[in-house]
Ligand binder design. Sequence first.
Ligand code: BGC
Length: 753
Amino acid sequence: MKKHILLLASLALTACTTGVRRSGGPAYLDLSLSVEERVADALPRLTTEEKVAMTHAQSKFSSPGVPRLGISEIWCTDGPHGIRPEVLWDEWDQAGWTNDSCTAFPALSCLAATWDREMSLLFGQSIGEEARYRKKDILLGPGVNIARTPLCGRNFEYMGEDPYLAGQMVVPYVRGVQENGVAACVKHFAVNNQETRRTATNSVVDDRTLYEIYLPAFKAAVTEGGAWAIMGSYNLYNGQFNCHNKRLLVDILKGEWGFDGVVVSDWGGCRDTDEAIVNGLDLEYGTWTNGLRGAASDSYRNYHLADPYLQRLADGRAGTKELDDKATRILRTIFRTSMSSEPHWGSFNSPEHYETARKIAAAGTVLLKNGGALPLKVPAGGRLVVLGENAVKKMVVGGGSSNLKTKYEITPLEALREAFPDGSVEWERAYVGDISSSYNKVNTGQDLSDPRSPGQLLSDALALAHGADAVVFIGGLNKSANQDNESTDKLDIVLPYGQDELIVALAAEVPSLVVVNISGSPVAMPWADKVDAIVQGWYGGSETGRALADVLTGAVNPSGRLPFTFPISIADSPLKTERQYPGIQVEGEKWWQEYYDEGVFVGYRWYASQGIPVQFPFGHGLSYTSFTYDDARLSKASVSCSGSYGVSEESKNVLSASVRITNTGALDGAEVVQVYIAPPVGGVERPAKELRGFEKITLKAGQSGKVEIDLPRSAFSRFDAEAHRWVVDQGTWTVLIGSSSEDIRCSLPLEIR
Ligand code: BGC
């Protein structure tokens, strides 16, 4: 111990300890200087010990600053749907604060379903304001892992199955958050597409698949969104843990993409000091007080980047180059956030934030089918019957680290009662699913116990529904284990609690049944042709009920689109073997191995290429009005952009596609125009179509408008793994313009030379 103290003391002495200049103040506090100038001034003032202290946590969600120099601590918060309630310094338990109930925004699957960049900006700005008000410097989100399987428990926290959609939606979110002097920490980097054995599985992915499917959204967040933080994921890639994965962090993130921010470990995701030092991890956070994977009495000094790092610096196994790089990035983060030269104060629980939550939740709600029952028609004094547990269950709580404590949560039943003040809105449970009402000590105060048998529940529901003017069943998933939940995956996409049989039984008796599915991931709907209308709702946050009621009543004309395919059955999905999912044990390998054998054929890329029918395709969503497409054109019928280009090169626009959209119905509404490209016949095997552009256009009844979508060189690129370059192939391409991945309205040939 004594020897250890001496070592630390000598390290401290050899470090440059300039101290604070009194006259005029130190340059790092001069807010007229750039962040880089301030960092350059501050870095040499830090002792080695101070630098090392900054690289690891001091509590569950904070890491030290430099108290001697007045340099702030870093405070993090989950993310990604609202500001997490305070936990104790060393424990996951709630701290019991009474001022930390936040605005709960919709889950990211809902945000992705808006297909609206403005909504994403608004989301980012609003959650960023909440984070800043609560004095948080890093927001742990958004998540952009691709929905490789409908079973992934965290799909609700991510932005769908398509890299282009996720990339387009993440950029405004990141910018919006960071406008508030709060770093967005984009997670979980990378190829972390399941929860099953998430800390013990090595993702085996070929480079083409990595670059075409799993990296683009992260890349967009960094190179276009300018993200200041990235969180490494729990799993392994290339046999190395991702929180200190050389290929992902050093070569790609910091190398090819020029990321200048801070790499944060997932909580307890750092597993090796030597790798963490050289492989790009900057800030280590942990799950337990020792930062490792199990509780120990003491302390943060046991973290990989704490005393073990100091020891290596002292005995020469580690050099100062990496430490200075980490400290530089951490200082940069502090000067960008809590010590930013621009004042940011934020705001919390403002009426505008609740309004934003409602607006986004409504904009993301997807009308999947409508035989005419929607919008609801309930005459004055009429009867609306609402059935199902999700009409009353509060679901802001639960799900893992995205669990929130919100000031209020309006349920669908409450909102429908508000919406029909003159009618009678009655409710029956119809099934009993999850009766829990608290999570990590956040309590909804609901008593959801119900002693009735399934048979009794059904007959009570049918009795109430009899003779009603409209009947809406609101069911789906919740945030229990094996549903939409961190750390477990689903076992199937079949609805739990016997809801399929229940819906069939209700549909047999109730004319024009409306079904609302609440989930954060695809579910099977074998009863789809037996019901009149189907709505996909999500975990909509504080205003979830009002947003859903807005769509059901027609106060908001639906314009959401599915961010992932709803297959008919899980058996149709591209992951067919245990090797692919959830992974297998291979002799001689320490970790489970999961092979991404399906390659780039993920989501609609798979179903469309295989000709497998789906329940509802990617990009699908209806409106209460209708739209026609005409006058589709390309700015050029032939372009010369074939050849290859490097991974760090920019992709310039080469042409644009345009189309005229007319609202032919009687209501104002919005259409999401989607552009897919289909490759030339022959050559390297590619998906039949890939999304490369979209735009949401709002039109009054009878109005027409032109949508123009730029197509850069990257729209036509495939990744050539051997050459490690992007390639654009020559030939006759087809540009497809449509209302979903399957509802293509115009096809335009394009010659690429
Ligand atoms: C999750 C992260 C989260 C972190 C902190 C981890 O278990 O994977 O997404 O940000 O905990 O709560």
